[in-house]
Design a binder for this molecule. Structure first.
Ligand SMILES: Cc1cc2nc3c(=O)[nH]c(=O)nc-3n(C[C@H](O)[C@H](O)[C@H](O)COP(=O)(O)OP(=O)(O)OC[C@H]3O[C@@H](n4cnc5c(N)ncnc54)[C@H](O)[C@@H]3O)c2cc1C
Length: 473
């Protein structure tokens, strides 16, 4: 069976990979000239890489880890010590750590929380622990019910002091969805906490050893091609062409960068695009169907990824850091954390700037200047002395609509991978799967999508019936 897939982010590539493994032939059509979608990266004129986002892999990412194993690239994940490291607000330039000892969950998580006395008092830890009891006893059904509350509301309902929010969850909420605890659905935070507390290595973090398009996406593409599938860049879907019976008759692809416009005809069709462009391409008759109309409630959230190259080392820390700043979310010195970006002499900080709503339209210079002000708090020893660290170069990457904004009420809007149109399917981290808007969610959505196609249509296709006019490319 031939399957046309629009979008070569992790969801589209994972869907294509698992379709190949099931004996089908995917044709992946990516709008841009780069693989990876939200993990896309580029090289500047100096050969330095810059990325759409600073990306962390967690131990809890079972499907992602399985994918690395299947591609035989497990050694590309650089695992860090099992810790979470926060900047101390009150003492600039210092850190507070949650260190997870090497004992089974949930004991390792409890030990990490109980042994940290910098951020939470014992009273706050006990109040928070009691608040979590329903989540521990009732599991995912309770977590899903909590989608009616923002995280701040959930904390208030459980009489947990507001200070807990400021100390821990402001940073966590911004790391999870680039928004503040007043906005984020409590389902998102509780899902992450559940994974972290129930799985021994759930919160352990890894960095990829280099740029994601080459080190992660390309091996998936190689696998797809080795199994007879095809992947095309510069091939934007412009129209979902309907057949007379209302099913999809073809994907109409715009002609850009010297390519002729064309129509790709297949047995099944997948949108692995983000939810925002998908909504713009829905055929009019579909917009009335609840499955599609509820997508109106899912909207990409803005985020900014900043790269700063310095003339010296600012830190030796080889880990993700939670800035606990109003402007910034997480950051890392990639010259320490990532093999391909390694530099023993000079730091390259990659920082996630969030919430970015008020900043996304501002010039790069203003964003960099505001970030540099924050760095005076994060690294006072390097920016306040007689010979402050010099910024050699900066690159700002803005994503006005990134992952869907996980505000309360969104869970019920997330679509299943199988749509009401028999030959049309969805993949993407916004579709329903147990891991929120993440790389793991994208990979799992692709896997679930491939399984749904195989289940629903796998036996139906006659060999040789499908035609693809891609040969014209
Ligand atoms: C700054 C930032 C930091 C992040 N940090 C983390 C992290 O630490 N850990 C984590 O797990 N996740 C993180 N994420 C989230 C993660 O990157 C995403 O959840 C995931 O990559 C989404 O994959 P996707 O395939 O669903 O969508 P996308 O990656 O958006 O892929 C969709 C693809 O569709 C293509 N497309 C769009 N329109 C068309 C069209 N008309 N025709 C054809 N193709 C089209 C796009 O170009 C894109 O390649 C982060 C995201 C950002 C932005």
């Amino acid at each position: 069976m031939r399957v046309a897939i629009a979008g070569a982010g992790l969801a589209g590539l994972s869907c294509a990979k698992y379709l190949c493994d099931a004996g089908h032939t995917p044709i992946v059509l990516e709008a841009r000239d780069v693989l990876g979608g939200k993990v896309a990266a580029w090289q500047d004129d100096d050969g330095d890489w810059y990325e759409t986002g600073l990306h962390i892999f967690f131990g809890a990412y079972r499907n992602m880890r399985q994918l690395f194993k299947e591609l035989d690239i497990e050694d590309r994940l650089q695992w860090k010590s099992h810790s979470m490291i926060f900047n101390q607000k009150e003492v600039p330039g210092t850190y507070s750590r949650f260190d997870f000892p090497d004992i089974p969950a949930p004991l390792n998580g409890l030990a990490a929380i109980l042994s940290n006395n910098d951020m939470l008092t014992w009273g706050e830890k006990i109040a928070f622990g009691i608040g979590l009891v329903p989540a521990i006893l009732r599991g995912q059904s309770y977590v899903e019910e909590c989608d009616q509350y923002s995280w701040s509301e959930w904390l208030r309902l459980h009489n947990i002091p507001e200070r807990v929010n400021d100390e821990v969850f402001l940073a966590m909420s911004k790391a999870l969805n680039f928004i503040n605890p007043e906005e984020i659905s409590s389902t998102v935070v509780l899902t992450a906490l559940n994974r972290f507390l129930q799985e021994t290595d759930g919160s352990r973090m890894a960095f990829l050893d280099g740029n994601p398009p080459e080190r992660l996406c390309q091996p998936i593409v190689d696998h797809i091609r080795a199994h007879g599938g095809e992947v095309f860049l510069n091939a934007p879907l412009r129209e979902i062409h309907l057949a007379e019976d209302g099913s999809v008759g073809g994907f109409r692809i715009a002609g850009i960068k010297g390519n002729e416009p064309r129509e790709v005809v297949a047995d099944a069709y997948v949108s692995a695009m983000p939810v925002d462009p998908l909504k713009l391409l829905l055929p009019d008759p579909w917009k009335l169907l609840p499955y599609f109309s509820k997508l109106d409630g899912l909207n990409g959230v803005p985020v900014i990824n900043i790269h700063l190259w310095f003339d010296r080392k600012l830190t030796e820390i080889d880990h993700l850091l939670f800035s606990r700043s109003d402007l910034l979310s997480v950051y890392a010195d990639m010259s320490n954390t990532c093999r391909e970006y390694a530099d023993p002499e000079r730091s390259m900080l990659e920082l996630v700037f969030a919430p970015a709503h008020d900043w996304i339209g501002r010039p790069d210079e203003e964003i960099v200047a505001a970030t540099m002000e924050e760095l005076k708090r994060l690294f006072p020893q390097h920016f306040t002395g007689d010979v402050p660290a010099q910024l050699r170069k900066s690159i700002v990457v803005k994503t006005p609509r990134s992952v869907y904004k996980t505000v309360p009420g969104c869970q019920q809007l997330r679509p299943d991978q199988a749509s009401p149109i028999p030959n049309f399917f969805l993949a993407g981290c916004f579709t329903m799967q147990r891991y929120l808007a993440s790389m793991e969610g994208a990979v799992l959505s692709g896997k679930q999508c491939a399984a749904a196609i195989d289940r629903n249509l796998g036996g139906a296709a006659e060999p040789g019936r499908a035609t693809s006019r891609l040969a014209a490319v």
